[in-house]
Write a protein that binds this ligand. Sequence first.
Ligand code: SAM
Length: 509
Amino acid sequence: MVIVTETQETKIPRPPPHIPTNATCIYEKADVLDQLSEGVPPFIHISQNELFGLKRKKLREEDISVCECVYDETNPESACGERCLNVLTSTECTDGYCPCRQHCRNQKFQKCEYARTKLFKTKGRGWGLLADENIKAGQFIIEYCGEIISSEEAEKRSQAYEALGLKDAYIISLNANCFIDATKKGSLARFINHSCQPNCETRKWTVLGETRVGIFAKKDISVGTELAYDYNFEWYGGATVRCLCGAANCSLFLGAKSHGFQEYNHVWEDGDDRYTVEKIPLYDSAEDEQFSSYATSPSEHESVAGEEDEYSLVVGGIKLEADGSMGSSYVVPMEGVAAKLVETESSKEAKAFTATTAMISRIPSNTAGLKFNIGPGSTSNKKSEQTPRGRAKVSGRKQVSSKPVAELFASKEVRAEITKYEEIKNKATAELNSLYDEIRPAIEKHEGDSQDSVPTAVAKKWIHATCAKYKADFNFHFSIIKNVTCPPKLAENEAKPSSGGADGQNETM
Ligand SMILES: C[S@@+](CC[C@H](N)C(=O)[O-])C[C@H]1O[C@@H](n2cnc3c(N)ncnc32)[C@H](O)[C@@H]1O
């Protein structure tokens, strides 16, 4: 098998000269090539994402986050460890700007500081990746590299791959607008399989102003153990793949946790071991519910107006360089796929591909609130509704109105308390809405690039207002529950509460 790695000719848009580019990658490519033995389906190995039909945003000096770490020669761990401000916000330090200079330990993506891993053939799940050394919980293992594509392109490609009969899916979501496709080009992370009880997880990091996805250890992993993460597949309907992870809590199908999963729509292919199920264990849909917040519907992906890469154009897997020649790294791998894609993309029928299996997994932000998710959907897991003016409703949930609730209580004191908390809640909601209008330009500006990050000052304001709203919501509901479960003693002149409202009629909230 011929494996072709990225070449010097591959043109990657660079930031201006005064802004540093990726630090030297110390990853041993030879190690990778050794592993790609006979039988591994061909692909192009890359250790840095490539943009397809999208423009790379220039990194501006004012966008560089500079930490406050002080390097102490007697303690090498003092350089950008877990207390580094950048590490805490999942942002890599930038060469030339980090106070710890060459001692900085927070450039793991840029320097490809990967754990040692090894490809191996699994039973029934194709190829997989295992730990080739002991890995510590929290350790960065490898970057999920591939082509960065728009959501429209992702949909088009996944349908095309399905039509071509590709069994393995390698497209994961980067944010609402962009996806990483490691089908034709990728790092070894593309071989990591799914598990419903994973030892790894995906995390998004900001590296030189761009969002990148890394695979991190969720727990200590001993040498020889298979690496796996939860794909959180987002399915666009159609065929589903039986999960063979073997975990006790297995969801049984890849994508079973996604909204798009439709049990009635399974397509089993004759003679395909991957899809053969000897005995299907009983399926408990309740298990899905606890995970349902991971996945979102396809409609959540807003399309991006595809702009051409400044430097080159990729057509059906063949890269055309500025001089019209074909990039040399594109000649051998995925020949069949590339050829068919050229054929289908150039024909009008390409658009008429029936949507069958289109698997796109979604990467949750794993920064535990340190990364500021902001905007219309940030107060709820569900996509928030938009008013005609475009303003996001803060919550799509049914609102409880205080009046009928308060009337259920005989105590004046309780009624006053509930009404007071409702006023505070309404005020906090109004403040959040007006803040959203104020910061919308900043949000929209950032949505065009990385939807996950907005300037810290804006994020802080938003977090403050959101917390105030949550607190007010909580206090309002808590005061109702508290007074229902532990009603205050009534004053002599107060009547006993009726069973159904102040006027004795049954009322509902
Ligand atoms: C990102 S690839 C993983 C590498 C893949 N095994 C290979 O040989 O290239 C994802 C594909 O691997 C297979 N796969 C991954 N995890 C699986 C699992 N738990 N059960 C069954 N198939 C799995 C599915 O075909 C899926 O579309």
